[in-house]
Design a binder for this molecule. Structure first.
Ligand code: SF4
Length: 421
């Protein structure tokens, strides 16, 4: 099957098909120097001033052909042997995933890093918050490397530590800080894995916890045993979909708008809230619609529709199932041959699932090619650069979380691990 990168190149050459942003068809180096997050679904998301930018890649990597980069990456990996482990996220392009020693979601990959304590370097082909998490869970002597520093996540950047501290102060003023007569805290902070280490550290300092899309329900149960309310950030959709499935009424899940006083809520709304949702979202998953599901059902009456819980609530409600990338992968593997699946998640993963499972018909709900554009910033040229630098004894693009953040952030992660071993 044609990879997403090849498809975009075909489109650039006038081939059939449509993508969500013509900038995606430009060559990688033009793409990489674009302002903001670059083209793609997150093009309209405001990028924080402090978001990391990548310095210039040496020209030898920009000028190398795909075949040259391939042989250089393979040679560097052979030389490094067990000294370096390459991790590839499910949403990463095939041209990079082919070199990964492990492929998985962000948490599976952080665990994979932990399972390789002898590797000196962990090369994380994902986005910034994932490399931070790998640094938190890996050994002190290990270096975590992000091949392109500009590979961020627009959803993670929708909640920063200053905004969350401000919100916490306002909640404290409105609801008080101490436990009630039942010993429950007024609010327990819960952060999605897709957040900066600073926010994980915030949760660690305030009796909170981290969750993934696989364990969000278990983590919310944990939080409700300890608090009256949950402050859930940064993804409103995962929070809303999970809490709704647990029976929390929508009117008790107000949306916190970070730039408005009291998040834009009345004190009564706040007091009545069970889950305070942060106004963040994933621009890739926000593109899926109920109409796409209806169309899939019109075309394939027996289609099984599975969407990621980062999709908006009406989309999750209209689907047959919703679940994490791990859930989707396992559901497809377990289905009887000949099943037709319409999947609502990032297109690199959907395409890969389709080619790995030829016994089924698998397609992406969104007919328009729209990869996660920040993840897409990891090009084989960057991978060759960081691996060959390691061969020469140089660690570049290291992601390192300072102890002041790492200690409480690890505490919040350990709470999650204890909840869902
Ligand atoms: S798919 Fe969405 S949540 Fe995942 S890395 Fe890309 S922008 Fe972030």
């Amino acid at each position: 099957m044609t990879s997403i990168d090849e498809k975009l190149k075909l489109m650039a050459a006038g081939g059939a098909g449509e993508n969500c942003d013509s900038g995606l068809e430009k060559d990688t180096w033009a793409f990489d120097s674009m302002p903001g997050y670059g083209p793609g679904a997150s093009a309209a998301d405001p990028i924080p001033a402090a978001a990391p930018r990548q310095g210039a890649l040496p020209s030898e990597y920009k000028q190398a052909t795909a075949a040259e980069l391939d042989s250089r990456i393979r040679a560097a990996k052979r030389t490094l042997g067990d000294r370096a482990v390459v991790l590839g996220h499910f949403y990463q392009r095939d041209e990079v995933v082919q070199y990964a020693d492990f492929v998985g979601d962000s948490f599976q990959l952080a665990r994979a890093a932990r399972a390789k304590p002898d590797a000196e370097a962990i090369v994380f082909c994902g986005v910034h918050f994932m490399a931070e998490t790998a640094d938190l869970l890996s050994g002190d002597e290990q270096s975590v490397i992000l091949p392109n520093l500009a590979a961020g996540c627009s959803m993670a950047d929708m909640a920063n530590i200053d905004q969350v501290e401000q919100c916490w102060q306002e909640l404290d003023d409105a609801l008080g800080a101490g436990p009630d007569a039942d010993g429950l805290a007024p609010v327990i902070p819960v952060t999605y894995m897709n957040s900066s280490a600073a926010l994980k550290g915030f949760c660690g300092r305030h009796g909170g916890i981290v969750c993934t899309s696989s364990n969000a329900r278990t983590v919310l149960d944990w939080a409700f045993e300890r608090g009256r309310r949950v402050l859930f950030f940064p993804d409103q959709h995962l929070g809303r979909n999970t809490a709704k499935a647990m029976g929390v009424p929508e009117e008790r899940m107000p949306l916190w708008m970070p730039n408005k006083p009291l998040g834009g809520m009345t004190p009564e709304q706040l007091r009545d809230a069970q889950v305070i949702l942060w106004n963040g979202f994933c621009s890739v998953h926000k593109r899926f619609t109920v109409r796409q599901i209806e169309k899939a059902r019109e075309t394939f009456p027996n289609v099984r529709v599975i969407v990621h819980p980062e999709c908006p609530m009406p989309v999750v409600d209209a689907a047959d199932e919703s679940g994490s990338t791990d859930y989707i992968t396992k559901a497809i593997a377990a289905a009887p041959a000949g099943t037709t699946f319409a999947i609502g998640t990032e297109i690199n993963l959907v395409n890969r699932l389709a080619s790995e499972n030829p016994q089924h018909t698998i397609f992406c709900l969104d007919p328009v090619v729209c990869p996660c554009s920040t993840m897409y910033r990891i090009h084989p040229g960057y991978l060759a650069w960081v691996l060959e630098s390691l061969v020469r004894g140089r660690v570049i693009n290291q992601i390192s979380v300072g102890d002041d953040v790492a200690i409480p952030a690890t505490r919040a992660l350990e709470r999650m691990l204890a909840t869902t071993p």
